[in-house]
Design a protein around this ligand. Structure first.
Ligand SMILES: Nc1ncnc2c1ncn2[C@@H]1O[C@H](COP(=O)(O)OP(=O)(O)OP(=O)(O)O)[C@@H](O)[C@H]1O
Ligand SMILES: [Mg+2]
Length: 282
């Protein structure tokens, strides 16, 4: 089932900036989808169209087959949890606990349920001990995790994350990747995220859309998109570093890869197989 469908969507900001042109996107339940694009490509604009924060000038945005309109925005926003690029656009409560509980109370949940869901969200985002701090006194990475916790606590059907790992330290970023994968596989929550971190994409996406100057230029399963090296580079993106190393080794005739490895795990497996073959042929 398609959760979100965009058909020929165009969007222009009031100052005349054309941010999206003729965008077609469809996201099925349970998928993990990355949106890749350079600064200013239109990723954040696209995400704000998903839940009606912005309305398209042309084309339609449908959630579960129904056009996103004012009358059912509440329902749409309950279904689609949005984590903004800048946590300061999202946080407003005086303590971390209140920030996370706010959405749950708004949904009309009872005290015990609110407490349980808040405790769970604090735990999985590594924020235990921060309950009584003001979100505004936290570091950038900590704020990012509070914003994610407040959305996760509501267990939406789909999480839309604008740069989920930006401003997180390496361990924090790795934890977020693990957490997102586990809520996708364990709870069936659909993931759509924008990122500049191409190295993280193969770890977190089944499918990729490449956007440049407001247009979708390339889309498909992650491995197929990263196989289009020249096209990616033409849109100011790069390969994951492991894939770049594999490309250099292959060009120098040192190794051959049946398909370009995108992660350290894939590269390790391919290299060990080659070494074993060489060893056997000695
Ligand atoms: N409120 C606004 N008013 C006018 N133009 C805007 C507004 N917000 C964004 N834009 C413009 O729309 C285009 C797309 O911006 P958007 O924020 O969607 O890009 P992005 O892909 O999210 O970039 P980044 O990677 O830097 O976050 C840019 O040219 C930007 O300057
Ligand atoms: Mg953005």
């Amino acid at each position: 089932m398609d959760l979100i469908t965009l058909q020929s969507v165009s969007f222009t900001y009031p100052d005349g900036t054309r941010a999206l042109t003729d965008v077609d996107i469809s996201i099925r339940a349970g998928e993990r989808v990355a949106v890749l694009g350079a600064n200013g490509a239109g990723k954040s604009t696209l995400f704000q169209l998903f839940n009606g924060l912005l309305q398209p000038a042309h084309g339609t945005v449908r959630v579960k087959g129904r056009a996103v309109e004012k009358a059912h925005l509440k329902e749409v926003r309950r279904m689609i949890g949005m984590v903004f690029q800048d946590p300061d656009d999202q946080l407003f409560s005086s303590t971390v606990r209140q920030e996370i509980a706010y959405g749950l109370i708004n949904l009309g949940l009872n005290g015990e349920h609110v407490e349980q869901a808040t405790a769970w969200a604090l735990k999985v985002t590594g924020l235990e001990g921060y309950e009584n701090k003001s979100p505004f006194n936290l570091s950038g990475g900590e704020k990012k995790r509070v914003a994610l916790a407040s959305v996760l606590a509501m267990q939406p059907e789909m999480l839309v994350l604008d740069e989920p790992a930006s401003s997180l330290d390496p361990l924090g970023a790795a934890r977020i990747i693990d957490l997102l994968n586990s809520i996708n596989s364990g709870l069936g929550i659909t993931l759509v995220f924008a990122t500049h971190d191409v190295d993280a994409v193969p770890l977190l996406a089944d499918r990729v859309y490449v956007i440049d100057k407001g247009e979708i230029k390339l889309s498909g399963p992650t491995a197929e998109v990263f196989a289009q090296k020249d096209l990616l580079r033409a849109h100011n993106l790069r390969l994951p570093r492991v894939a770049h190393l594999a490309e250099l080794l292959e060009r120098e005739g040192a190794c051959r890869f049946p398909s370009p490895p995108l992660t350290i795990g894939q590269a390790r497996k391919a290299l060990l197989e080659q070494m074993a073959r060489k060893e056997a042929g000695k």
